[in-house]
Design a protein around this ligand. Structure first.
Ligand code: ADP
Ligand code: MG
Length: 347
């Protein structure tokens, strides 16, 4: 049969190493391709504005477990995670396409349930479902969504663009989706051992919703318009604050320092983290799937944002080569590492 002589394990390169390797020879031949690989969405010049395109794929057994992810929520989440990437460019999502790979064990009703969630998200975020693809799958359910959006040319926010002394800001709170997942996994393990037991999910609504039915931060894009604020850089928090901050700093060619006590963590997240013997700050740094927005603003925006509760200032951008750190209250600096999601990590 075919020769497949390569011996390098995917895990040696990691997700980002593989993307770099596979895309480094991609040539741009279209003048309209403003930005290809490397940001939350590709940026395409469509004349008076930019078109934004982003794709994400969710796989059963990797990104979700059908034993505890309600199908309607799953459809909703598959859309939201893509819209989040459009908002991360300071854009407005307009259309989506949805592709599914589905095994024969699925019923028509189950697919309808997933699409009920997709339609709900389309309605809430005012985007149109305009196409997709349907295939059979031999290894679980696959949902891939592509989101298309637009942004005014002078409003686009890249990962690159942060300036020294810029304020580092984030929306909402972090670590909740990860702790929600820990609760679901724990209760699922209990259930597998004793199938008649009832899951103990009391008081967990907030973090379960963060995991199962997250929202994208369209309110921030609106707020930027109303307050006439222009982020110098932006990224969505899909892999954890540490990983995203490293992306921003690296893309901008600068360093960053954030303050541990400024990182917003919800009280239920903190309480559950402690139950699991996880430091809540570590859950926020490395947890992922929060779909909040991390961005930078010029220092002189301080007066405009200081009383806006949706925006938390957590640090500032530092000079080139200064590294990416978290400072604790005692003034100790901890080097941040991207310990977020690595799709090819070996357990
Ligand atoms: P995000 O977390 O914002 O969805 P990713 O980390 O998934 O972004 O991807 C980073 C960049 O790499 C994006 O520009 C994405 O389009 C690109 N990318 C990811 N996988 C591939 C691939 N297999 N081929 C080409 N580009 C890819
Ligand atoms: Mg992103």
């Amino acid at each position: 049969m075919f020769e497949n002589s390569g011996q390098t394990d995917l895990s040696q390169l990691g997700e980002f190493g593989i993307i770099d390797l596979l895309t480094k020879d991609a040539k741009k031949v279209q003048a309209s391709t403003k930005l290809g690989v490397g940001d939350d969405a590709a940026v395409i010049d469509s004349g008076d504005r930019y078109t934004l395109v982003s794709t994400d794929m969710l796989l059963e057994g990797v990104h979700f477990n059908l034993s505890y992810a309600p199908l309607k929520h799953l459809g909703y989440k598959a859309v939201v995670v893509n819209l989040s990437d459009i908002y991360a460019m300071n854009g407005t999502p307009r259309q989506i396409t949805v592709s599914i790979g589905v095994s024969s064990k699925f019923s028509v009703e189950a697919l309808e349930e997933i699409y009920a969630g997709i339609h709900l998200a389309c309605n809430f975020y005012q985007v149109d479902l305009v196409g997709g693809d349907t295939t059979s799958s031999k290894a679980g359910l696959v949902i891939s969504v592509t989101a298309i959006g637009t942004v005014e040319k002078d409003k686009v926010a890249f990962r690159a663009g942060a300036k020294e002394n810029d304020l580092i800001c984030v929306t909402g709170d972090l670590g909740g989706a990860y702790m929600g997942l820990q609760i679901l996994e724990r209760e699922y393990a209990v259930f597998k051992g004793a199938p008649t037991s009832q899951p103990d999910l009391e008081g967990m609504d907030y973090i379960l919703e963060r995991q199962l039915k997250p929202e994208a931060q369209r309110g921030l894009i609106q707020l930027f318009k109303e307050k006439e604020l222009q982020p110098t850089s932006m990224i969505d928090v899909s892999d954890g604050l540490a990983s995203e901050l490293i992306h921003l700093a690296k893309a901008s060619g600068l360093g960053a320092t954030i303050y541990g006590d400024k990182i917003p963590v919800d009280h239920v997240t903190a309480q559950v983290a402690e139950e699991f013997s996880i430091n809540p700050t570590v859950a926020a740094l490395n947890g992922g799937e929060d779909y909040e927005l991390l961005f930078t603003l010029p220092l002189d925006s301080y007066e405009k944002i200081k009383d806006i509760p949706e925006i938390r200032m957590i640090g500032h951008i530092t000079e080139k080569g200064s590294g990416v750190y978290m400072a604790d209250q005692a003034g100790n600096k901890i080097t941040l590492e991207a310990q977020g999601w690595n799709a090819f990590k070996q357990d």
